[in-house]
Design a protein around this ligand. Structure first.
Ligand code: GLN
Length: 475
């Protein structure tokens, strides 16, 4: 299957004219046609434009144009990234028919690199969730077992890459939404340091933590794709000038002398046996590659989930205020202005989004702001301080991504907080702004992918990539 290739390998073959760009795009759509009726990883496809672009790129290659490593490579992007002229739903009824008038900055950059956008991937509504089941368009199904979830919220992107429906994809990670679905689908998921990638045109969930990340078949693809989408953008005041990004350089540098801290408090009772085994096995591999191992506890991680959900919901309640039926998006028919607002939001949002808007409005309200929101901000600071301190002794932290492998669809039931708690390993990196990634590490007894997580210090993706590169080579 051609679509089993990595994105960089395909880029190389396109450049050498061993494969045609149209041929690659056709292969993607053939796979999509075959698998999509069951997987539901995409919300919208853009076959026509993709083929048109392919023709153009092929012409440029034949004319000997100077092209980058991803020139002509098809890519899928999460449906919360605005695409000019192509509907962008955010997995919600509220934006079911929304066609943006502009491209997100990352879309502009992938197009500038010559990549071909094939479609928009399925996701939890407004990126709130960890199973892709809160999508208005129905859940994405895991290619490794269709009764299983792809994880979430970037479940469609992870499933599309894992199934060979695409070569690589973009997602967004506010509390683990790139890393966790990557782990559940057996692909590589990377969230860079907050501020590395522009959020311009990424539909906001919790702006102080939202960051675009990559879902790819291997680490080199992810590192190279980050080089394409990363970099300062004046349109996003929180984006950072980091100079030219060269994430791939670190991949071949090996793990010799790297100080790796195993997050001992993560290896707790709730962890699935095979996930714990994967973390320990990875530690052993890093040691064999020359890394120095140690164990640490961050201490305050039990407060990470409550702090995360307090802050994320607070920000979400504010960010989602704009969906009032007046400016754009869904509008319900009602008798007057107030009831139009009410009906629009009642009918346009799903249950999970409403729950979070209510929680967020509550924690930001005058009487409770100090008790909840402000306190959560203080916890956030403590978590950040604990991480910064840990990085005095370690270069990379190693732990699980999620407590279990991919859960069954429909298994969440009424226990909402239990679902939130499953995010406990991924949210600390977002609260602290740290780069973190998940790497596939074998399968469990049922053949479902297991992922492990590497976390780096702020702006030190290079050390994280040294570990990841060494691990990939080891395998
Ligand atoms: N599962 C987390 C949440 O629901 C993370 C989501 C995300 O990273 N977008 O908030």
């Amino acid at each position: 299957m051609m679509t089993g290739m990595t994105a960089l390998a395909l880029g190389e073959k396109l450049k050498r004219k061993e494969i045609g760009v149209e041929e690659a795009v056709e292969a993607v759509f053939k796979e999509i046609e075959k698998r999509e009726p069951r997987l539901n990883c995409f919300i919208t496809l853009d076959r026509e434009r993709a083929l048109e672009d392919a023709g153009e790129k092929q012409k440029a290659i034949l004319q000997g144009a100077e092209t980058g490593p991803f020139f002509g490579v098809p890519i899928a992007v999460k449906d919360n990234l605005c695409t000019r002229g192509l509907r962008t739903t955010c997995g919600s009824r509220m934006l079911r028919d929304f066609v943006p008038a502009y491209d997100a900055e990352v879309i502009r950059r992938i197009r500038q690199a010559g990549m071909i956008l094939v479609g928009k991937t399925n996701m939890d509504e407004f990126a709130m969730g960890n199973t892709t089941e809160s999508s208005y368009f129905g859940p994405a199904r895991n290619p490794g077992g269709e009764e299983r979830s792809c994880g979430g919220s970037s479940g469609g992107s992870a499933g599309a890459v894992a199934s060979g429906e695409c070569f690589c994809a973009l997602g967004s990670d506010t509390g683990g939404s790139v890393r966790q679905p990557a782990a559940h689908c057996g692909v590589v998921g990377i969230k860079p340091t907050y501020g590395t990638v522009s959020r311009y045109g990424l539909i906001a969930y919790a702006s102080s933590m939202d960051q675009v990340g990559t879902l790819t078949k291997d680490v080199a693809d992810g590192a190279a794709l980050l080089e394409v989408i990363g970099g300062r953008d004046p349109k996003d005041a929180t984006s950072v000038e980091r100079g030219p990004l060269d994430f791939r350089k670190a991949l071949g540098q090996g793990a010799k002398g790297l100080r790796v801290g195993i997050l001992k408090d993560a290896l707790d009772a709730g962890l699935q046996r095979e996930v714990e085994a994967a973390v320990l096995r990875t530690a052993g591999e890093l040691e064999a590659a020359g890394a120095r191992l140690g164990e640490l506890s961050l201490g305050i991680t039990e407060y990470a989930v409550p702090a995360y959900y307090t802050i994320a919901c607070g920000e979400a309640s504010s960010n989602l205020e704009r969906y009032d039926g007046m400016k754009y998006g869904f509008r319900a028919q009602a008798k007057d202005l107030r009831s139009t607002y009410g009906e629009t939001r009642s009918q346009g949002f799903g249950a999970e989004v409403k729950r979070r808007i209510m929680l967020g409005t509550y924690v930001l309200s005058e009487g409770f702001y100090d008790a909840y929101y402000l306190r959560a901000l203080k916890v956030r600071r403590l978590i950040r301080d604990a991480c910064v301190k840990a990085f005095e002794d370690y270069d990379v932290l190693l732990g699980p991504v999620a407590p279990t492998t991919a859960p069954r669809l429909g298994g969440g039931g009424e226990n909402v907080t239990a679902g939130y708690l499953a995010d406990k390993y991924t949210v600390p990196a977002n609260l602290a702004g740290l780069p973190a990634m998940s790497l596939p590490c074998g399968t469990d007894g049922q053949g479902l992918p297991v992922g492990i997580q590497l976390t780096g210090n702020l702006f030190r993706e290079d050390l994280m990539f040294r570990a990841a590169g060494a691990l990939e080579k080891w395998r």
